[in-house]
Design a protein around this ligand. Structure first.
Ligand code: ATP
Ligand code: MG
Length: 317
């Protein structure tokens, strides 16, 4: 039988819970989280997944960067570096294993996999009856051409990288000529989606941040370009979310089974809120600029409550 949590112990002894924060580097987001968690009695150790691995003879069967032979009380995945298929498989394997050992992982590997692969997100959203633009994926260039030929008769499509990258690499496909030539797409998969953007004095969509079934913050993104990502020049604008948006965001988070997500929602010509994607490692610096709520604090409150970490604020040492 594999060693379970109670047999191997978690973190260092003492009152303060030890949280592993998976990061590529300790950036502003990480510092915000570390401070907010500390305020709530949790110490945070940054974890580089590139330095983690399996060690079947050890008590936990794992080696977690910064944790010697113990396990963290819980793990927060803030960001994951890209890498080869083997490297990413190993890193996700470590997160899967932590969950198997009973360590709460936000977001766990399954949710990350479901969100990183945009086609799986589209599949799960539509299976859950959530409005999302019609999507086709294929590995075949000929099949992609056939989809483009057939579907552009009804309006433009968007060609996206299967793994998103903050608004980079999206192409509007109005006609077959817009599809890049075969030699430029070798080895790629084609993720083609109905374009549902509407010019309404620029382009607007919504980003709604959900933490464990609660709406924590939201913004509208305004841009002169149909790609509204903040990293591509989109402007964050404060907004009060209506019940319709709230409900769609919560349902989208539930559909992918994630604890902490940024849901991108756009009103198409049909005036319905369509979910474009669900981000399982959302950044929130743009959102923080236009929201009164401290996002890291709201996250930490919910995290402490859900993973059962004791709040020691006001406790005497
Ligand atoms: N089907 C669509 N119709 C209209 N606009 C779209 C559509 N798909 C994407 N967009 C625009 O492009 C932006 C980026 O698309 P999307 O959110 O799917 O990918 P991404 O942000 O690059 O991915 P990731 O967040 O995983 O890095 C959206 O915020 C939206 O402004
Ligand atoms: Mg996006």
């Amino acid at each position: 039988m594999p060693p379970l949590l109670e047999h191997v112990g978690r973190g260092a002894a003492g009152a303060r819970a030890l949280i592993g924060l998976v990061v590529e580097r300790v950036d502003w987001h990480a510092r915000e989280l570390i401070a907010a968690l500390r305020m709530r009695g949790m110490e945070t150790i940054p974890v580089r997944l590139t330095r983690c691995g399996f060690a079947t003879q050890s008590a936990t069967g794992l080696h977690i960067d910064g944790f010697d032979s113990t396990l963290p009380h819980a793990i927060i995945v803030r960001s994951m570096a890209g890498g080869t298929f083997e490297a990413v498989t190993l890193r996700l394997g470590v997160l899967h294993a932590l969950r198997e050992l009973g360590v709460p992982v936000w977001n766990d590997a399954r949710a990350i996999e479901r969100c990183v692969d945009k086609s799986m997100t589209s599949f799960l959203l539509s299976r859950a009856g959530i409005a999302t633009p019609a999507t086709w994926t294929t590995e075949s260039y000929e099949a992609a051409r056939a989809i483009v030929r057939r579907e552009t008769a009804d309006g433009p499509l968007v060609l996206k990288p299967l793994f998103g990258s903050q608004g980079r690499g999206l192409l509007l496909i109005r006609t077959l000529e817009d599809l890049p030539p075969a030699e430029q797409t070798a080895g790629r998969v084609f993720y083609l989606q109905r374009f549902i953007g509407v010019e309404r004095g620029g382009y607007h969509d919504f980003r709604v941040l959900v933490v464990h079934g609660r709406i924590v913050a939201a913004m509208q993104r305004h841009s002169a370009h149909w790609v509204t990502n903040i990293k591509r020049g989109g402007r964050p604008v404060a907004v009060a979310v209506n019940d319709e948006l709230k409900s769609v965001a919560l349902r989208a988070a539930a559909a992918v089974g994630a604890a902490f997500v940024g849901v991108d929602i756009i009103y198409g010509a049909d005036q319905r809120p369509n979910v474009l994607e669900v981000n399982s490692m959302p950044a929130w610096s743009g959102l923080q600029r236009v929201t009164a709520v401290n996002i890291a604090s709201a996250f930490a409150d919910c995290f402490a409550e859900v993973v059962g970490v004791r709040d020691t604020r006001g406790a005497t040492a």
